[in-house]
Write a protein that binds this ligand. Structure first.
Ligand code: UDP
Ligand code: MN
Length: 499
């Protein structure tokens, strides 16, 4: 049965000093499979039974997703019948990995669900860190570090660096080594790693948390993308996602090209569902990076109504918030603000010939921020020092310096003169502050000017709105709903002075 070479013990030594606490929650490990090889399936089961402490392992639930291979029928039933705490469920129709995992979850009785692919190798001590983190906070979604087992040679490749799980704009999952600064920010080399997403192979969370937050998307098909959906949902709806360096599991990685065309199409459709449900206006960025998904979304528009209702019921945040707080590195560089009016010219000196000599002109290009719904412009009406000035709407006037603004490529809104300041936020009100120096992180002064005319404060995910109260029209952050007072346009106003 055991064709796999012994896997090296690769947990950092410090993990040995961590003793399992008393009173950890119990786990139900759910392994779904479709025509998995006998040896890898049983190796997975035995490695769980050999490593998980009895006190914490409630059960292993095998879910047969309509396998065709003869050995997986009677022989498997007989084999499993002899194993303590291992149960076998058979599905009478093909559910796909997502549906089969959910079927297993409905039968589970442990406190924590661990979904595991049917070709894994668990190392001693892999389960306790997962349970311990979930015991500390029931809204954590956690994964072990997954080592790579080559599917052709069964060669074991332990992952060496500290890594986190990330996604790209095609909605593919990757492992990414931590940067120097991220590594330094960890309390110790075995601290949990805050991670944008978990991998698909092994993931654990509280059973009630899973069920109460909408489980997996039941309309996803076959396999692929469910780990991203689960992770985004966790982050956006009050939970968090971590990779735990002390928990190690080997996973047999198949070549993705080995997937059949129906499997690939299913994954693509699942990604479209993620984009339509969770990405908000950033779905356009996904479609730009994944034209195949765009065509598919046009041909077969998915119905995400229930997922969107779930999002409202749970009071989930926007994808902007995720980009600002969890994974700023993903912020799309091409998403520059859109200016209306003439093409922007850099302010600068121009020379024009007149009467035989050269005269210098100073071309000054400014923008006004025009609220298209109410028909007024953003203005600051303080006298003297403008620091802290609350922005409001006033009748548009090209010559009024207090209306001269500029939205920079780096997402700040600069206020030109007489003082150079930036749009900032204090208690949800838009005010002027000294401009923050630009760094990699997203901060209070970052605004995204969207194609639909809304200006999103990236950190909060809320929209700039002109709130009409008595005679005032002050600028505040409000939930984005696209009402007229949330629609903006940058108008070009150029003034040429002769010098
Ligand atoms: N699986 C399943 N039904 C399916 C497809 C996959 O039960 O229709 C199982 C598969 O046997 C494995 C898990 O789901 O245990 C994840 O699939 P796979 O390993 O192919 O995904 P990958 O690790 O390549 O992302
Ligand atoms: Mn797998």
């Amino acid at each position: 049965m055991a064709f796999l070479p012994m896997a090296p013990a690769c947990r950092p030594c410090r993990c040995l000093q961590q003793h399992p606490e008393d009173g950890l929650p119990t786990a139900s490990v759910i392994l779904c499979f479709h025509d998995e090889a006998w040896s890898t399936l049983l190796r997975t089961v035995h490695s769980i039974l050999d490593t998980a402490p009895r006190a914490f392992l409630k059960e292993v639930i095998l879910v047969d997703d309509l396998s065709q291979q003869g050995q997986l029928k009677t022989a498997l039933s007989e084999y499993v019948a002899r194993l303590e705490r291992v149960r076998l469920l058979r599905s009478s129709k093909r559910l796909g990995a997502i549906g089969a995992r959910m079927l297993g979850a409905t039968r589970a009785t442990g406190d924590v669900l661990v979904f595991m692919d049917s070709h894994c190798e668990c190392h001693p001590g892999w389960l306790e860190p997962l349970l311990s983190r979930i015991a500390g906070d029931r809204s954590r979604v956690v994964s072990p570090v997954l080592d790579v087992i080559d599917w052709k040679t069964f060669q074991y490749y332990p992952s060496k660096d500290l890594q986190r799980g990330v996604l790209d704009w095609k909605l593919d999952f990757h492992w990414e080594p931590l940067s120097d600064s991220e590594r330094k920010a960890l309390l110790s080399p075995i601290s949990p790693i805050r991670s944008p997403v978990v991998p698909g192979g092994v993931v654990a969370m509280d059973r009630h948390y899973f069920q109460n937050t909408g489980a997996y998307d039941p309309l996803m098909s076959l396999r692929g993308g469910e780990n991203l959906e689960l992770s985004l949902k966790a982050w956006l709806c009050g939970g968090s996602v971590e990779i735990l360096p002390c928990s190690r599991v080997g996973h047999l990685y198949q070549n993705q090209e080995a997937n059949s065309p129906p499997d690939q199409e299913a994954t693509l459709l699942n990604k479209v569902r993620i984009a339509e449900t969770w990405l908000g206006s950033f779905k356009e960025t996904f479609y730009r990076h994944n034209p195949e998904a765009f065509s598919l979304s046009k041909a077969d528009k998915p119905d995400c109504t229930e997922r969107l209702q779930l999002q409202r019921r749970l009071g989930c945040r926007t994808f902007h918030w995720f980009l600002a707080n969890v994974y700023p590195e993903l912020y799309p560089s091409e998403r520059r603000p859109r200016f209306s009016g003439k093409a922007r010219r850099d302010p600068g000196k121009m020379r024009r010939k007149r009467g035989g000599g050269w005269i210098h002109f100073c071309m000054d290009v400014h923008f006004q921020l025009h609220n298209t719904g109410l028909g007024f412009c953003a203005d600051c009406q303080a006298e003297g020092d403008l620091l802290g000035c609350a922005m409001l709407l006033a009748p548009c006037s090209d010559s009024r310096q207090q209306q001269h603004l500029e939205h920079t490529g780096r997402k700040q809104i600069h206020f030109g003169s007489p003082q150079h300041l930036c749009f900032d936020v204090r208690r949800e009100q838009v005010i002027l502050q000294n401009c923050t120096a630009e760094g990699p992180a997203i901060h209070q002064q970052h605004w995204d000017f969207q194609e639909n005319g809304m200006i999103v404060h990236i950190l909060s995910g809320k929209c700039m709105e002109a709130v009409v109260q008595e005679n005032n029209k002050d600028l505040y952050l409000r939930q984005c709903d696209g009402k007229a007072s949330q629609l903006w346009r940058f108008d070009n106003v150029s003034a040429v002075d002769e010098r």
